[in-house]
Design a protein around this ligand. Structure first.
Ligand code: ATP
Length: 377
C-alpha cells in the first residue's frame, strides 16, 4: 500500500495537458503535481473540465497533447488496464447480478491470488468500509450510501497507488453525503493512498481535500489548501465561486488603498495602477460590527482602521440558525448593499434590528481588490 512520502515527491505529474473534442478545447495546457498520499479535489462549475482531466489521468480518454506521469513513469499512452488506479463513479456501478462479496472480489480474481486469500481480503475490505455483515447480499438490497462504500472497497481491493473518485457522493442524500465524506477522508488517511476527487460541491472540497484545484473553462484558476482558497483567492472567479463574497465597484488608489464611492479605504496591498476600475471584495463574516460608542473605547471593540469604519443602516436581517445575515446600506456606497454575517451574540449585544444605524469596519487585511475586467468577461 502506498504510504505518504515524507520527501513530498510528486506521485502524479500532469504536464501541459490539452484535450480537444473537435474544435472545442476542454482542457487548455493543464500542469499540476500531486504529492504521494495527498487528497486533491478538482472543483469547478459544470463543464469546466474536471471529469475530462480525471479521465485523462485514468486513460479513459486520451489527451490531445501533454503527458501524465505516475510514480515517475510516463503513462500517457497506456490503456486504463495498464495503469495503477482504482476508480469510483457517481453511479454505484456495481454488478447487480453479483453478490457484494463477488463484486469486491471481481478485480482480485485476475491477479493470480488463491481463493482463500481473496476471501480474506474481501472480508478485510468489508470490515474496512464498515459493512462486515453484508457480503452475501445483492447491490439492490443495500442503500445508496452502502453501495457507494462497496464501490470504494472494490476500488481499493488491489491496493492501487492512485484512487480516483468522480463525484462519488453526489447521488446520495444530504445526510448520508456528509457522513460518507468523513468516512472516505478517514479511510484515505488510514491507507495513505494518493486520491483525486472530482466535485462541484465546494463544501465537499473544503472539508475533504488537502489541496483544491479550482478549474474554470478548461484552465486551472488556483491551487491551494482549503484555507488558502477560501481566505486568499487569487482571482475574482475563485472568490465568487467559493463561499459568499461582497463585490463592490471601486477604483484603485495607491497600493494598499481603494476608493469605494466617496470613501478612501485601506485594503490588502494590490498592484493596480491608481484610477483603475476594480472590484473590492470582502466576505460577509469579515465585516466587523461596532456599537454606537465604537469611537469611544469601552463597551465594544475599538475600531482598528479608522478609514475603514463607517455608519450603515441595517436594511434587512435574516436569521440563519447559527448567525444573522444582514443587508447594510450606506450613503457612502450609493446603491450597493453590503452583506454581513453577524453572530447571535453581536446582534444581541448591539441590539440590532431592521432600521437601526450602526458602525461597521471592513478590516484592511480582509478587504481585497480584483480586476474588474475579469467580472465582465
Ligand atoms: P460536470 O460537473 O458537469 O461533469 P465537468 O467539469 O466534469 O462538468 P467535463 O465533463 O470535463 O466537465 O466537460 C468539459 C467540457 O467538455 C464540457 O463543455 C463538455 O460538454 C465537453 N465534453 C466532455 N466530453 C465530451 C465529448 N465526449 N465530446 C464532446 N464534448 C465533450
Amino acid at each position: 500500500m502506498t504510504q505518504t512520502n515524507p520527501s513530498g515527491e510528486p506521485y502524479l505529474s500532469i504536464e501541459n495537458l490539452w484535450k480537444a473534442f473537435g474544435t472545442f478545447l476542454a482542457l487548455k495546457d493543464i500542469s499540476l503535481e500531486i504529492i504521494e498520499g495527498e487528497f486533491v479535489c478538482f472543483l469547478g462549475p459544470s463543464g469546466c473540465g474536471k471529469t475530462t482531466l480525471l479521465r485523462a489521468i485514468a486513460g479513459l480518454d486520451l489527451q490531445t497533447k501533454g503527458r501524465v506521469l505516475q510514480d515517475g513513469k510516463d503513462v500517457s499512452n497506456l490503456p486504463p488496464s495498464e495503469r495503477d488506479f482504482g476508480i469510483v463513479f457517481q453511479s454505484y456501478a456495481l454488478f447487480p447480478n453479483l453478490t457484494i462479496e463477488k463484486n469486491i472480489a471481481f478485480g482480485l480474481e485476475n491477479t493470480g491470488r488463491k481463493k482463500p486469500e481473496i476471501a480474506a481480503r474481501v472480508n478485510e475490505l468489508l470490515q474496512l468500509v464498515g459493512l462486515p455483515e453484508q457480503g452475501k447480499k445483492y447491490p439492490a438490497q443495500l442503500s445508496g450510501g452502502q453501495q457507494q462504500r462497496i464501490a470504494l472497497a472494490r476500488a481499493i481491493a488491489t491496493n492501487p497507488g492512485l484512487l480516483l473518485l468522480d463525484e462519488p457522493l453526489s447521488a446520495l442524500d444530504a445526510k448520508v453525503r456528509v457522513h460518507l465524506r468523513h468516512e472516505i477522508k478517514e479511510l484515505q488517511r488510514k491507507l495513505g493512498v494518493t486520491t483525486v476527487m472530482v466535485t462541484h460541491d465546494q463544501e465537499e472540497a473544503l472539508s475533504m481535500a488537502d489541496r483544491i484545484v479550482v478549474m474554470n473553462q478548461g484552465v486551472i484558476e488556483q491551487v491551494g489548501t482549503p484555507t488558502e482558497i477560501y481566505r486568499d483567492p487569487t482571482t475574482l472567479f475563485v472568490a465568487d465561486f467559493i463561499g459568499e463574497m461582497n463585490q463592490i465597484n471601486a477604483v484603485a488608489g495607491t497600493s494598499g488603498r481603494i476608493k469605494i464611492g466617496e470613501a478612501e479605504m485601506i485594503s490588502r496591498p494590490h498592484n493596480f495602477a491608481a484610477g483603475t476600475p476594480i472590484i473590492a471584495a470582502i466576505r460577509p463574516e469579515d465585516v466587523i460590527p461596532h456599537g454606537d460608542d465604537a469611537l469611544s473605547p469601552g463597551l465594544t471593540d475599538e475600531i482598528s482602521t479608522q478609514e475603514n469604519a463607517f455608519e450603515v443602516t441595517v436594511d434587512e436581517m435574516e436569521f440563519l440558525g447559527s448567525f444573522w445575515r444582514c443587508r447594510l446600506a450606506s450613503k457612502r456606497f450609493g446603491d450597493t448593499e453590503l452583506i454581513a454575517d453577524f453572530s447571535i451574540n453581536a446582534v444581541r449585544r448591539l441590539e440590532l434590528g431592521e432600521g437601526k444605524q450602526m458602525m461597521i469596519e471592513l478590516p484592511d487585511d480582509r478587504l481585497m481588490a480584483f480586476d474588474r475586467n475579469e467580472a465582465t468577461q
